[in-house]
Each structure stands twice: as structure tokens, then as C-alpha cells.
Design a binder for this molecule. Sequence first.
Ligand code: ATP
Ligand code: MG
Length: 661
Amino acid sequence: MAVVGIDLGNLASKIGVARRRGIDVIANEVSNLATPSLVSFTPRQRMIGEPAKTGETSNFKNTIGSLKRLIGRTLSDPEIQEIEKKFINAELVDVNGTVGVRVRYLGEISEFSATQLVAMYLAKLRDTAAAELKQVVSDVVIAIPGWFTDVQRRALLDAAQIAGLNALRLINDHTAVALGYGITKSDLPETPETARNVMFVDIGHSDYSVAVVAFSKGQLVTKGTAYDRHFGGRDLDYALVQHFASEFKTKYKIDVMSNPKAVFRLITGCERLKKVLSANTEAPLNVESIMNDVDAASSLKREDFEQMVSHLLDRVSAPLDAALKDSGLTLDQIDAIELIGGTTRVPAIKERIQKWFGGKTLNTTLNQDEAICRGATFACATLSPVFRVREFNVYDMTSYPVKVTWEQEAGSPDEDTQLVVFPKGNAIPSTKILTFHRAGPFDLEASYTEDAQIPKGINPWIGRVSVKGVSKPDNSDFAVVKVKTRMNLHGILNFEEAYTVEEVEEEETYTVGEGEEKKEETRKVKKIRRKDSLKLVSGFTGLTDEVRNQFQESEGKMHAEDKLVMETEDRKNALEEYVYDMRGKLDGRYAAFVQPSEKEALMKATQEAEDWLYSEEGEDANKSAYVAKLDELKKLGDPVAFRWREGEDRAKAAAALREVI
Ligand code: ATP
Ligand code: MG
């Protein structure tokens, strides 16, 4: 069984696999360690990851990124409309109440939900891992931002399931990093009282997170977290885009911002320029035929760039302040600082972080691009039976408080109508038993509290449950009902079970007196005993089984079609190659082994095959047609090839014999 961890990044994702000798971040089909987080649609097939990136410029309207920003959201979400739209070129639409895209695929207009897009992408990562490991990939741990809410987490689990993956855990990005840090350190303090407090600072392409984590031997405890959900490399890129767009307005008399394709080209150029500026004090910008046949060129000094993004740099300190406050620690108590994420490479950002920490050293003992992925893979290894991993306890916590509400029942001694069951900072996973006094069935609703800092556009509603089969007991006005509520390993809330309990009187023996006087007596005590299990009917935000199955089926179909398209292409290439290869060899190494009549037949057949390949029919035939044509040619060519091979072997044997004598 494969053990796989995924860092689902906004720009690109990484895949880790566990092997006996350790964890490797694996390369994809073009030997990159990070796979672009892109899905695209063409008239022939879907392109996912690298090929989507390659074709992005020419097919940018049907290429979708920002996958993790879209999943679990609605079309009307202000963050989608006001922020994400800037970074997405495909048309956004509503698909069953969630955000999705309208694209041109196989010559038709199709719509896919964000959950489906993430599923497509995860399936591609699954294939990459399976190709590397040469085995089926099912169990995974996927790292996600700690600020993801219940609806986003459920949507991601749905996506994993659609992709045929079994997500053993959705792990918060910073928790994955912390696990990777802790499990590989052999010098952690012995006791939690003397724990080493580490602050992890991760600034990626789209978001920024800070976590304070306490490490001691065999365990980590998340003490505090804070986020800026809209702060990352892409915001720096966008500031550059605005600068150059305004420069080009006067310089070239073009309005880049009015042309989505031009904006896209400029973003690509600006990201490159930004990276060059991390190592150089000045960098050039060249965007060929940005629009109206203009080749745009410019350059920028690092100091000007820093001035241009000063409003963003000013935002570096807030999450650091908030995370430290959340942890209840003071800066003096922070023992180490670890920087991760691509955007902490920007010198001005690093400077701001350094300034905040004063004289403390910023460490980069972790691989800043791989830390999340490695940690997620460790988590998968811990949860999977395949590997024996050193015991390491992870105490993660909830980012937002969750409450449960209900309606009062007349006469019931239950006074409240709500309870904050999992306050912010509550451990994950965690189970709480709620007690109710009821004479009939009742409903519970779970939601984030009003003061939970969830993204504004996300509905705070988490789910509902109806507790069935409750009735008034004979000996009392109300049944005592217990409802088991669980915040699971994914950070998702569920009502797991409900049952009635009853108070029973039991006889208990106890001893009185001492020494000689000692004797046993009995007394009656009241005990709570579990009585009947109750049926629960619950509704949460995830997909219904029916819809999920339908998406799974259609994903399987598209996957099979893409595979067929690729295999067809492969067989077509094989036929083409055989034609040219055979012709060359007939005049070369096969010349001495071919009869004139055979040669004539082969020349004729290869010519016919070539003509067919470039005819309308042969250009776009199905796989079996290419296979059949190649078989025909091989029937003629194989005897010649066989004779040549025999001749070669004979010559080799003769040479070997000569050497012996
Ligand atoms: P997120 O964590 O937001 O989902 P991600 O995981 O894809 O996104 P990372 O891989 O951590 O993001 O970082 C990518 C970002 O870092 C991009 O914006 C990229 O331009 C930027 N980046 C990478 N290298 C450098 C560099 N040398 N200088 C400046 N920026 C860089
Ligand atoms: Mg990241």
C-alpha cells in the first residue's frame, strides 16, 4: 500500500511518498518537483498540471487555477467576486449552489463545479504518484490552510473521494510542517513544561499563515495560529501588473487591463521579474506581443518595487502579532523561528519579519518548498499500517468556535438553547457528549458562532441533526438523551450517535471500620446506564451520495477518455516512427538481409501508411486503426528484422569463438 502526502498549493502542488529509507518529494512526468495547480479543457481532452501550464497562454479561457481558493465557496461569495475573479480567466458560474466554471470541452460548452476541478487535479497527482511507486495509490493525507472551514473541508474530502482517494486526514498546513519538524528532531526537551516554542511563518502564493507550536519529546501542541488569507506572492505580482499597465498606457498607448489575455501575459512576466529581484537589485521585464502586436519591455529597481508594495509589506506584522497573542506566550519565550513558502524569499518581506522578531535569528532548517509536503507524508505514514513510525503525538486545535443550538421544549429543565461545544483552540480530534431532557424527537443545529472569524462569504451553518425516537419514559416526564458530537481528525464536525440513559439504583458493597472492626455493608447508589440507541437523521454541506457517485462516474469516464486519447496519440506516433525507421534501415543495416521483392513490398506499404497518416482519415483515426496499420507493416518487416538479428548474433558468436581460440 502506498503512503502519499500532498501539499495542495495555489500555484503548484507537491507530492511526497514514504519509502523504507525515508520520505521523498517526487518529480512529475517532466521531472519537476512541483506540479502546476491547473486544469484545462481542449477540444480533444483535459490537460492537467504540466500540459495545462504549457497550453495556458493559448487556451487561457479554458484553463483554471486558484483551485483551492474556489472549493467550498459559492458564486456570490464576495471574496470570489472581488478577489479571486482577478486571478481567474475562465467564466465562473453557479453549479448546484457552489462556484464552478463554464468551459469549452470536446467542442461543447460544459460546466464543472470547483469540487470536480479539484477532483480532476487530485486524480492527476494520484497518477503521478502511482507511476512513480508502480502501485495503486489510495491512502493520502492532504494539507490545507488552517483557516479552511467545515464546508471547505467537506468539499475537499468529496473531491478526494471522487478522485478515488482515501483521505486519511486533512491536515492543516502548519500542523504538517510542525510534525515534519518534530519527528526529525532528536534533541527536543524532555517535558512539556520545558517545551521548545517554535514560530512557523509560511507565505505562499495566495496566503500567509503563522503558527506557534510547542515541542517536547514525542509531542507537539499547537498554541496559537493567525492568518492573512489574502496575502501572498500573487498580490506582489498584481501590484507589479498595475504599475506596468499604467506605464504601458503612456509608453505604448495600450490598455493592458482591458484585455484579459494581456493581463495574463503581464502577470507571468511580473512573477518572473519579482523572482529575479530577490537576487538582484534591478531586473528586466519583456513581454512579447502583449497586445496589438506590441512587444513590451521595461525594467525595475528593487527599491522601487519595495516602495510599490509598501502597503503589502505593512501587513506582514499583523498575523505575527495575532498568532503570538493567541498562543499566550511572549516573544521572549519563542525559541526558534522557521520560514517556509516561496514568498518568504522576497528580501523586503524577510526584512519585515526580521524586524518584528528583533535580534532573533530566522531559521531555515526546513526545506521551505517541501516542508508541508514532507509533513503530510509523515502524517500518512503514521496513519497507515505499512510503516512503523516513531510515536509522535499531534495536538492540533480548531481555528473557529462551533456552537450547537436547539429549541426549548416546554417544561424541560434544559434552560439554554445553545452551547459553544468546541471553543476556538479546542483540541482536534475531540468528542463531547451533550445532555438533553426531552419527551419527543428534537433537532440540533451546528454552526460557527457569530464572532468566529470565518471568511465573510462563507455560510456559518455547518449541519443539522434530527434525533428520532425519543418519547416520555414511564417513570418521569423527560427522557435523558445523550448526543455524541465529534470534531474529527479532518477538523470536521459530526453528530455521531445518540442514546437515552436511565438512572438505576444499584446495590453496592463497601467496607467500614478498621482492623478487627472491619466489615462489609451494602448501600443503594444511583447510577446512569445507557438505555436505547436513537436514530439520527443528519444533513451537512457535503455532496449527497447520489451526486458524489455521479461525479465519480463522470470523472472515471473522462479519465478513461483522456487515457484513450493519449494512447491513440502514442500509437499514431509509433506508426509514424516505424515508417521512417524502416525506410532508413532498408537502405542501411537491413540491406544485406532483404530480398528485392520484400523491399519493394515494404517501400510500397510504408508509402501507403505515410499517405494515410497525412490524409484526413489517418490524421484523426481511432487507436485500433493505428494499431492495425502498424501490425500490417510489422508482418512485412519482422521477418527482415529477424534475419538481421540472427546474422548479428551469428557474427557475435563467431567473434567470441575467435577470442576463445
Ligand atoms: P499557497 O501556499 O498560497 O497555496 P503555494 O504553496 O503554491 O501557494 P509557494 O510554493 O509556497 O506557494 O510559493 C509560491 C510563491 O512564491 C509564488 O508567488 C512565487 O512567485 C513566489 N516565489 C518563489 N520563489 C521566489 C523568489 N525567489 N522570490 C520571490 N518570490 C518567489
Ligand atoms: Mg503553500
